[in-house]
Write a protein that binds this ligand. Structure first.
Ligand code: DPM
Length: 358
């Protein structure tokens, strides 16, 4: 059969489209892609799913801090090229790795129910039983997230913070097999998906460390024009997660923050209200601007067939009430504007300059 898509002829003579899912080769990326694949398989037993694994720049450069590599969309670019060339139809990402604007032609067609969005402490085995409060003074904590370092430096001034890079497997190995780090900080969601929940010694609440925009949620990226695939994946949307993440992404976008700035958030949906706390930090955490706002989000699941397709911070969610999506996006922008009025731009510009000079 001609055309860009791949088809398969089944035993009964029926021709059906093969859906190809692109993934990075890291174990976490494979696990995440496989979990979305098995959900799709349950929902659509007749589709033929194929998984195509490829390495990305982010996987190849393992020794440089994420925040120092100039390339935006580090982990996503090669996968997007494959999407563009119709070599794959679906790419599963950690939402927090996806920029708030995608290149033209791409959209996030689904955001799945969020895992625990908080950060977690993983201790060197010799420190079993300790916490960030009880570790000896000057203990070295491994993280290359500016966001984590800024908040934790302020909260735990007796500790020291150093970069650690590599995928989750590499980091745990560096922690366990060397004596460089007393502990490392990782997203609880990634640890859980890898089956390493037993290594979590402490979950950091918002008073210790707020999470990154989109942390803990999986996103499905597709070609914006591919209506069949968009409709197929849209059933994966988890409305509360979508609203929270749209407000978080709008907050980051309005601040003009990338994936490696000291910006942190906390969101909740309670009784049709969406609460967003957002903050920006100087690299040492000494300067901090933080505020909380709320808005009404009626999740009525009313699908208004007549409304034209609209996209909120690169997310297409036609199955969710557009007034709720609009309110969530506005909440993020409004909160960012409040912080910008208090001088958030200066804090972020200085943080960026200092980080580039390191
Ligand atoms: C982004 C950051 C990190 C990743 C920055 C941040 C952590 C970098 C580091 C944007 N992406 O969080 O402030 O520690 O050096 C990443 C992880 C996951 C997705 C791993 C992790 C899994 C969790 C999820 C890397 N991206 O943060 O421990 O699905 O949210």
């Amino acid at each position: 059969m001609d055309g860009p898509f791949k088809y398969i002829r089944e035993g009964n003579g029926k021709v059906s489209r093969v859906i190809r899912m692109g993934t990075r080769k890291s174990q976490l990326a494979r696990i995440q892609t496989d979990s979305v694949a098995s959900t799709l398989k349950e929902l659509y037993p007749d589709v033929h799913l194929e998984i195509v694994a490829m390495s990305t720049i982010g996987d190849k450069i393992l020794d440089t801090a994420l925040s120092k590599i100039g390339e935006k969309s580090l982990f996503t670019k090669e996968l997007e090229n494959a999407l563009e060339r119709n070599e794959v139809d679906i790419v599963v990402h950690s939402l927090k790795d996806l920029p708030t604007s995608l290149p033209p032609g791409f959209t996030i067609g689904a955001i799945l129910q969020r895992e625990n969005p908080h950060d977690a402490v993983v201790l060197h085995p010799k420190n079993a039983g300790l916490t960030l409060d009880s570790l000896p003074e000057k203990s070295v904590i491994g993280t290359s997230s500016l966001r984590r370092a800024a908040q934790l430096k302020k909260r735990f001034p007796q500790l020291e913070f150093e970069n650690i890079r590599g995928n989750l497997n590499t980091r745990l190995k560096k922690l366990d097999e060397k004596d460089d780090y007393a502990a490392i900080i990782l997203a609880a969601a990634g640890l859980k998906r890898m089956g390493w929940e037993n290594r979590i010694s402490q979950i950091l609440g918002p008073e210790d460390c707020m999470y990154a925009v989109g942390q803990g949620a999986l996103a499905v990226e597709v070609r914006a024009q591919d209506k069949d695939i968009l409709e197929m994946v849209s059933v994966l949307h988890h409305p509360d997660t979508v609203l929270r993440c749209i407000s978080e992404r709008a907050f980051l976008k309005q601040l003009e923050g990338g994936c490696s700035v000291p910006v942190a958030v906390h969101t909740e949906v309670k009784e049709s209200k969406l609460y967003l706390t957002g903050a920006v930090y100087s690299l040492d955490g000494a300067d901090c601007l933080k505020d909380t706002m709320q808005t009404c989000v009626e999740i009525d699941n009313k699908v208004s067939e007549s409304t034209p397709e609209c996209v909120h911070v690169a997310v297409t969610a036609n199955s969710i009430s557009s007034s709720a999506l609009d309110a969530a996006e506005k909440l993020g922008m409004d909160l960012a504007n409040v912080l910008l009025n208090k001088g958030a731009k200066d804090i972020l510009t200085t943080a960026r300059k200092l980080n580039d000079a390191r």
